[in-house]
Design a protein around this ligand. Structure first.
Ligand SMILES: *Cc1c(COP(=O)(O)O)cnc(C)c1O
Length: 369
């Protein structure tokens, strides 16, 4: 059977190396993973209790409409339930958006050195990708994006994907820039602006742009969020799409009927309500980032301030060997070659002990005093 070149050449997403695999390969008893921006505290105890309770009814199909989760989420963030749909991770939702709005040969726009899942999904849907350059310090060049939208947008261009904060650079869109972007696109019926707020809960900068502030004035703005990061439910797979009800309605028609499983739904509702765990998770990340700023500085490594729960550092040499040396010592970090960053590693903030271990091992492996 004939298969398209895009599918044949598709390189699957390379996730952070799993702990179990690293233990097996290197014969290690203990391994620390700081490679996938997961919550180092684990899930909320309330979410774990909810999963246990949900197990009793696991013979039944889940609620295909995620009614309780939708109500709880809408209440929490002051939204209307008809502005919300949930997915098997936000990954599923961004794929559905491409399925709905794009045909083979169409184009999406995103930034270079940004979340690679957009590009992989695009290729899987036989779409082309236009990447806007970042500024030298990895900051978003919104002027560059606006220039593209005004001068290079064609009938083939459909969707814009921006991660705010960005993974893997930790950079963000400023309020002022975001307002300008919204003003430029809100009357355009030929594009959707999709802001991926996977790390929104970790943003600390005063001028960080919360996309939700612009929802009421920008009908073609969509927001992706996830339960994989601050809520500690990466393994449960729950993502949220927020947007105008016409888009949400289309997603509801296209998605499979039971895309969010029962464990995930119950866990997400409980996690949403556990403010104590959320605050604790934010605090550990913020303290950890401050620790890394100081210690990476001591090691003389270049790094970029981060609005996420991870930090990007340039180790000044090919990251492959260092990554391997760290693996041997039981530490998994994230090499960023697939992102075109050959001498960079991304470190997910861990617990205090894990952060210390990461610095100790980096010092050792890099041969620093
Ligand atoms: C981790 C991450 C997500 C989350 O994806 P899920 O499929 O919801 O687990 C989304 N966007 C970015 C930029 C991320 O880094």
């Amino acid at each position: 059977m004939k298969i398209s070149a895009e599918i044949k050449n598709l390189k699957p997403y390379v996730p952070g190396k799993p702990i179990s695999e690293t233990k097996r390969e290197f014969g290690l008893k203990s391994v620390v993973k700081m490679a996938s921006n997961e919550n180092p505290l684990g899930a909320s105890p309330k979410a774990l209790a909810a999963i246990k309770k949900a197990a009793k009814e696991i013979n039944l199909y889940p609620d295909g409409a995620c009614f309780e989760l939708k109500e709880a989420y809408a209440k929490e963030f002051g939204l209307n339930p008809n502005q919300l749909v949930f997915g098997n991770g936000s990954d599923e939702l961004l794929n559905i958006l491409m399925q709905i709005y794009c045909s083979p040969g169409d184009k999406i726009v995103t930034f270079e050195n940004s979340f690679i899942a957009y590009k992989i999904a695009a290729q899987a849907h036989s779409l082309l990708v236009n990447e806007i350059c970042l500024k030298d310090n990895f900051e978003y060049d919104i002027t560059g994006l606006l220039d593209f939208i005004h001068n290079r947008w064609t009938d083939q261009h459909k969707l814009i994907f921006i991660a705010n904060p960005n993974n893997p650079t930790g950079s963000y869109i400023r309020n002022k820039d975001f307002a300008e972007l919204v003003t430029s696109v809100r009357e355009r019926e030929d594009l959707l602006l999709i802001i991926d707020e996977a790390y929104v809960e970790f943003a600390r900068s005063q001028d960080y742009a919360y996309a939700s502030r612009f929802l009421s004035t920008c009908p073609n703005l969509l927001i992706l969020r996830t339960f994989s990061k601050v809520y500690g439910l990466a393994g449960a797979r729950v993502g949220t799409l927020i947007g105008n009800k016409d888009v949400i309605d289309l997603v509801n028609r296209v998605r499979v009927p039971f895309n969010v499983n029962a464990f995930a739904q119950f866990a997400a509702v409980a996690a949403l309500k556990d403010k104590t765990h959320i605050k604790k998770s934010q605090k550990i990340v913020w303290q950890g980032l401050d620790y890394f700023y100081e210690e990476l500085g001591h090691l003389g490594l270049k790094f970029w301030p981060s609005e996420g729960n991870f930090i990007l550092t340039d180790i000044g040499q090919d990251s492959g060997r260092i990554y391997n040396e760290l693996l041997k010592r039981g530490l998994i970090l994230r090499p960023l070659k697939p992102y075109g960053l050959n001498t960079h590693l991304r470190i997910s903030v861990g617990t205090k002990t894990e952060n210390k271990l990461a610095i100790k091992l980096l010092r050792e492996v890099l041969g620093k005093k």
